[in-house]
Design a protein around this ligand. Sequence first.
Ligand SMILES: C[S@@+](CC[C@H](N)C(=O)[O-])C[C@H]1O[C@@H](n2cnc3c(N)ncnc32)[C@H](O)[C@@H]1O
Length: 215
Amino acid sequence: MTEPDFLRDTRNSYNAMAIDYAENFKNGIDDKPVDRAVLAVFAELVRASGNTDAVDVGSGPGHVTEYLKSLGLNIYGIDLSSEMVELARRKRPGIRFEEGSMTALDLAEGSLGGICAWYSTIHVPLEQLSGVFADFRRALVPGGHLVLGFQSGDELKHYDEGFGHKLSLDFYRRSPDLVAGLLNEAGFEVYARAEREPDPEEKTRQAYLIARALG
Ligand SMILES: C[S@@+](CC[C@H](N)C(=O)[O-])C[C@H]1O[C@@H](n2cnc3c(N)ncnc32)[C@H](O)[C@@H]1O
């Protein structure tokens, strides 16, 4: 099957800017207390469910993967970009990172207690998102949890340049209600939501959803 253009363009874009992207965001979530709080709630829910196996989908440089591991999750990262995967392995040799796309996950059914997709579903068009959420639901045990982070809004942005590199990168700002509706249709109950104001380097409000896989 031929790969959709958006996946090829997203991969090429992150491959081109991986090193500079990681340098620019080198503090990760260190100065993001709300983000850390949401991830901590997610980790606690996953631990309480008794299955700490988890995946960070779209793990990038691996800051969030590392944080969730420090909170007791048996987690590894998956990312579309081979350069991001290489970089994450170099920076965090104690954590497993694999190449793969959330649109074609090879995860055993009912095998995970948690899935994190932190600012990575932002690159997936709406018409693909229901399928991605249905696959997340299948990979989770009933009662398992999903956490999403994304920019709040209703807009498609396109970048053809980033950190001095030529890109072709789409990303979507979405309303939490829209995303929550898709999660419900895919077999999740949205358990918690948070939204915060943009930090100085951000342009929009930031949204977080924690959803529970229904049985
Ligand atoms: C904005 S970065 C966020 C990285 C990381 N989650 C963080 O918060 O630091 C988006 C990441 O998602 C990855 N990505 C985009 N589309 C993806 C897909 N279809 N499957 C897996 N990873 C994807 C990109 O390669 C990139 O590393």
